[in-house]
Design a protein around this ligand. Structure first.
Ligand code: PML
Ligand code: MG
Length: 233
């Protein structure tokens, strides 16, 4: 039997950090301990409450391969935006409004924006909550400390595997973490340095959706509930 363990740390209503694992029963107490410690020690500040939730995994676990990673040469914010712009334009999307939305996300969001790639309409039922990509883990995860890159590669691989998601953009909300990415099934994980100025709380994710109105719910269900293990080897 597998268990999904989720941690969220908060100060009142302010989200501080979140992390999760999918583990076997004998790994549970160590994973809970590591996640609790992580919630209490975060650069966003000390947490008032750390909540750890354990649930048995009831759906069959899907195992997928991590997206291939590329790392274009980027020396500053302007070049980072040019990379994002080129990726969006290559997909025939309206880059300007998508990038304005990404760089305009000032409230730290626990979830992501689910954006219709063609109409640019936001599809999240609750825009403050956003859409969560959860219920995942990756091979070789020791659970010790945060590994921005591996956790983001894990999440983006799960998200890219969703038939209705054609791309994802991400800027970290950790003030001193200035590497982000663009990811898609076709382009893999394009790691982008200098995607924001150091010290900014600005951050967030946009999932680019293309599908029928009926498939929005199916897509959100996959993102939030389908257990996925990502192979990093
Ligand atoms: C986050 O803070 O959760 C987002 C991290 C993005 C990682 C980008 C990378 O290092 O490749
Ligand atoms: Mg963060």
């Amino acid at each position: 039997m597998l268990y999904s363990i989720k941690m969220r740390a908060e100060n009142g209503s302010r989200h501080i950090s979140g992390a999760e694992r999918i583990v076997e029963r004998h790994e549970m107490s160590q994973a809970m301990d590591a996640l609790t410690r992580r919630g209490m020690e975060h650069p966003n500040g000390p947490a008032e409450t750390v909540t750890v939730t354990v649930r048995p995994v009831t759906r069959p676990l899907v195992t997928i391969q991590a997206l291939p990673v590329s790392e274009p040469r980027v020396r500053n914010l302007e070049e980072a935006r040019q990379v994002l712009d080129a990726e969006l334009c290559a997909m025939g999307l309206q880059s300007g409004p998508v990038l304005s939305l990404l760089y305009g996300l000032r409230e730290p969001m626990r979830g992501a924006v689910l954006l219709d790639a063609d109409s640019l309409r936001r599809l999240e039922p609750d825009q403050r909550r956003g859409v969560r990509a959860t219920c995942m883990d990756y091979t070789g995860n020791s659970g010790a400390g945060k590994n921005h890159f591996k956790e983001a590669l894990c999440l983006s691989s799960k998200v890219a595997h969703c038939p209705q998601i054609i791309g994802e953009l991400c800027i970290s909300d950790d003030p001193d973490y200035t590497t982000g990415y663009f990811a898609s099934r076709d382009r893999g994980y394009v790691r982008i340095h200098h995607i924001k100025k150091c010290g900014m709380h600005l951050g967030g994710r946009i999932f680019l959706f293309r599908g029928s109105p009926e498939s929005v719910q199916q897509c959100m269900d996959y993102l939030e509930n389908q257990p996925v293990m990502v192979c990093m080897e």
